[in-house]
Ligand binder design. Structure first.
Ligand SMILES: [Zn+2]
Length: 406
């Protein structure tokens, strides 16, 4: 009798295990990933479309170069976003650090980029609409409209007037990245070689508090470590990193977040949205790009050539062709997401591609906005549940955004 019971037990175990493995095989496939990409809202913390269009406009001396419904250029347009399931890319209102010393220039550029995104939405109301809150975004999602929330990359347009925080809130700005590649009036930058404030300045403290008050999310991508910790001391809302990755994979690269910072971010209930750029995610690629960049610049100098022109382009293409290590892989982006999950939990991570902002450095499998399903597929393969996927796609960010509006 006991032997019979043991046999039945073993048989049941075999059936259960085989069911489970079949289920797992079905669960992690690209079609399933595509279905989830369409089912869940996908937000992306950082897409640099406005500045890319601005440069094209400037280069071709045109007021406005095309509406991004369908295009061969760049990494974002309506049709490709629909294909990839992208519903709400934050449009980066990017202000380069070099404008910081020209009085009025930063604010002028920020306003003109906001005007441009409004122009896109007015021209194509069936396709795009600015979202100023998670509820706007959900409303647009139901109608099949892609939301274009606005995030300002660099606090320099605030100039020295705290009232400009509310001004940009009224213009539809939902987050402000405190600085970009150099220190500004607000704080120190991770890329700057000198530190003038040792974190947040006195004015920066006022700016952060005002952002909390008016309901603009504080974005700590690009800031120095001391700025990050200064911010966390004074905020009363969760913060975001709109497009940063994990320093664990790129030791010494301050632009990314250390494990200690991830833990502090978790305590604040904030969210890090992972940057897809190969040099943000992969040390090998970063090192290869740095050394080839040096060799390329040296060769141009020796031959008296200018970057972007005729022969220089051929040289650059050959560098890329002969060095496959120039690109990372979608699997490595999944490694970063999994790392955040392991260090601090699934509730604190999202997507922050930097599409249209990192040029030719995008990893294999994540070349434009149609490719989110490839990343979801990688997460499914690692055993992420559907609810985990939904959190990464949007609900973590929406939770933070909602709290900033209260
Ligand atoms: Zn950036």
């Amino acid at each position: 009798m006991i032997n019979k019971l043991i046999l039945i037990f073993i048989a049941t175990l075999i059936i259960l295990t085989s069911c489970k493995s079949t289920k797992k095989a079905d669960y992690a496939n690209l079609d399933h990933a595509k279905t989830l990409a369409q089912k869940y809202i996908i937000t992306d913390g950082h897409v640099d479309l406005p500045y890319r269009l601005k440069i094209l406009n400037f280069r071709f001396q045109k007021e406005f170069l095309g509406i991004p419904i369908s295009s061969e250029e760049g990494e974002f347009d309506f049709n490709r976003a629909k294909e990839g399931g992208l519903d709400a890319p934050f449009m980066s209102i990017y202000v380069p650090a070099r404008l910081q010393n020209e009085f009025g220039a930063s604010k002028l550029l920020a306003d003109s980029l906001i005007d441009m995104v409004q122009g896109i939405c007015h021209s194509h109301p069936q396709n795009f609409k600015i979202a100023k809150s998670p509820s706007d975004l959900k409303e647009n999602f139901k109608k099949g409209i892609i939301s274009l929330p606005l995030g300002m990359e660099n606090g320099s347009p605030i100039e020295d007037d705290i009232k400009n925080v509310a001004y940009f809130k009224n213009r539809g700005i939902s987050y402000i990245t405190l600085t970009h590649s150099l220190n500004n009036r607000i704080c120190d930058s991770s890329y700057d070689t000198v530190r003038i404030h040792n974190g947040l300045s006195k004015f920066g403290e006022q700016v952060v508090k005002e952002m909390n008050k008016v309901g603009i999310m504080v974005d700590i991508s690009h800031v120095s470590d001391s700025t990050f910790y200064d911010v966390l001391k004074i905020v009363n809302k969760p913060v975001i990193a709109s497009h940063s990755s994990c320093r664990h994979f790129t030791p010494g690269f301050e632009r990314n977040m250390s494990d200690e910072m991830l833990q502090a971010l978790g305590k604040n209930e904030g969210v890090i949205m992972i940057n897809f750029g190969s040099s943000f995610i992969d040390m090998k690629v970063q090192a290869a790009r740095d050394s080839l960049g040096k060799a390329y610049r040296k060769e141009l100098k020796e031959k008296g050539l200018k970057h972007g022109e005729g022969e220089a382009k051929i040289i650059l293409d050959s560098y890329f062709k002969n060095n496959p290590v120039m690109w990372s892989d979608v699997k490595v982006v999944a490694d970063h997401i999994e790392h955040v999950k392991n260090i601090v939990g699934i509730d604190y991570v999202g997507f922050g591609s930097d599409f249209d902002g990192v040029g030719d450095s995008l990893p294999k499998g994540l070349k434009d906005v149609s490719d989110y399903p490839n990343l979801i597929y990688e997460l499914l393969k690692r055993g992420f549940s559907e609810s985990d996927i939904e959190k990464v796609c949007s609900s973590n960010l929406l939770r933070v955004w909602e709290k900033n509006l209260k």
